[in-house]
Every structure is written in structure tokens, then in C-alpha cells.
Design a protein around this ligand. Sequence first.
Ligand code: OAD
Length: 245
Amino acid sequence: MADGQEPAIDEVRARLAAARTVGLLSGAGISAESGVPTFRSGQVALWEDRRPEDLARMETFRQDPGLVWRWYLWRRGLVAKASPNAGHVALVELARRLELTVITQNVDGLHDRAGSTGVIELHGNLWRSRCMGCGRTRNDFSARLDVMPADCAHCRSPVRPDVVWFGEALNTTLLDRAFRTACVSDVFLVVGTSGVVQPAASLAAIARENGAFVVEINPEPTALSQVASVSLRGKAGEVLPALVA
Ligand code: OAD
């Protein structure tokens, strides 16, 4: 954690102590200390010289489903080896004390595995696949990581990862819940996201416009730093436990 932040940490602690409703938007950075690479740096951004923006697309899946599935199976493999870190765990503790709604852009399921409940997974879940024919979803948590998932057991259509791809709309029910959370939060925490992907990124501004105290937790300045009431410069796995200590 950067030096000299104790007064800001104390202020956020006091805001949390006084808050009735708290919202939180997380991004890939909250899982970085679990060993899951973020989107805009490192391994995921560089997989076989292809960009996530090109792989996470229906056009690419139509042309080469095997390629896209290989990328997702590789990512499932990374997440399978990972465990929730101190940041995920601190949120479970925070939820014991106040009404906390976790909204995540992450598809890794680590908030759930840490024990958070009612998580709004705006971009879907890496472990689910969805039938392209009948739309049924299934959990692939114990499926093999070295072969493409089997076709749908009900209608025999191919399945795709149940995640939101570029150019696709988010689930409106989840999005409504996320917007409502942003509107009613006394404190809104924005953790480990570069804040460049909409509509998730707009939640921080909506929270602020509706009177929330917005706290950014990120080692680096981001597109959302200007929206934040305060920015805590440090890792989620250090700052979040400090806030609930
Ligand atoms: P990014 O990879 O864009 O940003 C990760 C952020 O985490 C950066 O701002 C880092 O500075 C920060 N970070 C790194 N380590 C951290 C740590 N230990 N603690 C806290 N922060 C840390 O990931 P996202 O913002 O999540 O969408 O990306 C948003 C969306 O873009 C993803 O959900 C995905 C992608 O395209 C879809 O696939 C639809």
C-alpha cells in the first residue's frame, strides 16, 4: 500500500461504519493476487498473439469455435489453480456487518468461492456454458480442460461459454440490479478495474451522482479516478482487509 494513506483509510472506515448500503464493482485486479492475469496486461492480453477483444466475439466463434474454446479452457485452467485471496475474503466479512452488493465484471467465480452471496456477475461466468440452440446453461466446473465441451444434452446444439462477448448486450435483469445498487449505495467501492468497459464503468459515476461516497482501490490511476471521492493506491488484497480490520 502506498505510504501516507492512513487518513484516507480512516475516512473510508468511518464512511463504511456509517453506511447502511454499500455497493462494490470489481474488475480483474481483485483476482490478480490469486494469480489470475488481468485483461489489459500480461498473459491474457497476449495469448497466442491474439487480443481478448478479437477472441471474445461471436464472429470469431462462428469462424473457429475450437480456437475460442481453447482460449476459454486455458483460462478455466488458470482459474482452477487459483484460490480467492484476502481481498475476496474481506468482502465476505464486510457483508456480515452491512448490506453489501457485489457487482463484478469478472467471470472467474472467485467471489462466490470466497463465500460472497448474491454476486451480480455482469459479464457471465467462465464455468458455465450455454446452448446456442435452446439456451439452457450448465455448470462445467468438473468438465475436462483438454477437450471442447460436449454439445447440449437436450437439443444437441453446440454450446458456447456463458459470458458476454464484445458487441453483445448484458443481461438486462442483472444490469437493472447493478444500476439500482449504484443509485442506493451510501458508499460505492470500485476495486481493480481500469474502468474502460461500458456499461459497468458508468456505475461509479451513477453512484456518485446519486450521493454515494465513491472509493477507488487500485495501485494505478484509472479512467474512474476522477469520479472517485477518494482513491486508495494499493492492492485489493491489502487495502480491503485494512478497511475491515
Ligand atoms: P483490466 O485488465 O482492464 O484492468 C485491471 C485493473 O486492475 C487495472 O486498473 C490494474 O491497475 C488493476 N490492478 C492490478 N492488480 C491489482 C491489485 N492487486 N489490486 C487492485 N487492482 C489491481 O480489467 P477490467 O477492468 O476488469 O470484459 O476489464 C473490464 C472488462 O474488459 C473485462 O470484464 C472484460 C474485458 O474486456 C469482457 O470480457 C466483456
